[in-house]
Write a protein that binds this ligand. Structure first.
Ligand code: AP5
Ligand code: MG
Length: 215
């Protein structure tokens, strides 16, 4: 399965991707996670990216495209891949198409997880992520059993720097103006699928699998 996951910040792309990894045994390529890893490692790329991420703006296309191409060339992507948070605008989508054609691994589907805007703020301000294994929780909707600790591996949970109300507002604006038009881009290609991202995480996952052909 070769998949792009589309959806607003907080729509549950990462949450559903983690379940898809388990079911289909293919890697998740999250540009947000790759950028945050570069920020934590303090690399020059990470330092450049952080200034954009903290403002809720997109990191320059050139930086992200190089990172994705390098990742897609790794052996584990031969079985398929889940692109999460990429592409983010038409320039990235066109560059991705070219890249995938030359790597001979074109997309099967672009799946949009649709969540009403009024639900997103609480999902993002309540999000907590495990430092060790990346599992996501939410203090309002799916709280960890022990405060500040991961249910899966007992790692410490952290709150993302960009999950502050002002930054979230900017991210949602950027999504509306730059990323939402990709729905049309993939619709025209005939590979767009969509599911409503409200309800329980497991119920949404069932809809995701059904939309992807239930394979
Ligand atoms: P990125 O990390 O991609 O963030 P995002 O797109 O804003 O999306 P999120 O990760 O915030 O949300 P999600 O949809 O994954 O939701 P999640 O599953 O965590 O990007 C961050 C930044 O990096 C960007 O702003 C930009 O600066 C830069 N960047 C990244 N990619 C880039 C690119 N391609 N080009 C340029 N710049 C780029 O869920 C959210 C919360 O909701 C969690 O707490 C979860 O537990 C909860 N939740 C999930 N499902 C449900 C449910 N059904 N009911 C209740 N709660 C739920
Ligand atoms: Mg995410």
């Amino acid at each position: 399965m070769r998949l792009v996951l589309l959806g607003a910040p907080g729509a549950g792309k990462g949450t559903q991707a983690k379940k898809l990894i388990e079911k289909y045994a293919i890697p998740q390529i999250s540009t947000g996670d790759l950028l945050r890893a570069a920020v934590s490692a303090g690399t020059p790329l990470g330092k450049e990216a952080k200034s954009y991420m903290d403002k809720g703006e997109l990191v320059p296309d050139k930086v992200v495209l190089g990172m994705v191409e390098e990742r897609l060339k790794k052996d584990d992507c031969k079985k398929g891949y889940i692109l999460d948070g990429f592409p983010r605008n038409t320039v990235q989508a066109e560059a991705l198409d070219k890249m995938l054609t030359s790597l001979k691994m074109p997309l099967d589907s672009a799946l949009s997880v649709d969540v009403p805007f009024e639900d997103l703020m609480k999902r993002l301000t309540g999000r907590r992520t495990c430092k060790a294994c990346g599992q996501m929780f939410n203090v309002y909707f799916n709280a960890p059993k022990k405060e500040g600790k991961c249910d899966k591996c007992n790692g410490d949970l952290f709150q993302r720097d960009d999950d502050k109300e002002a930054t979230i507002k900017k991210r949602l604006e950027v999504y509306n103006s730059q990323t939402a038009p990709l729905m049309d881009y993939y619709k025209k290609k005939g590979i767009l699928k969509a599911v409503a991202g409200v309800g329980s995480i497991d119920a949404i996952f069932d809809k995701v699998c059904a939309a992807l052909g239930g394979k």
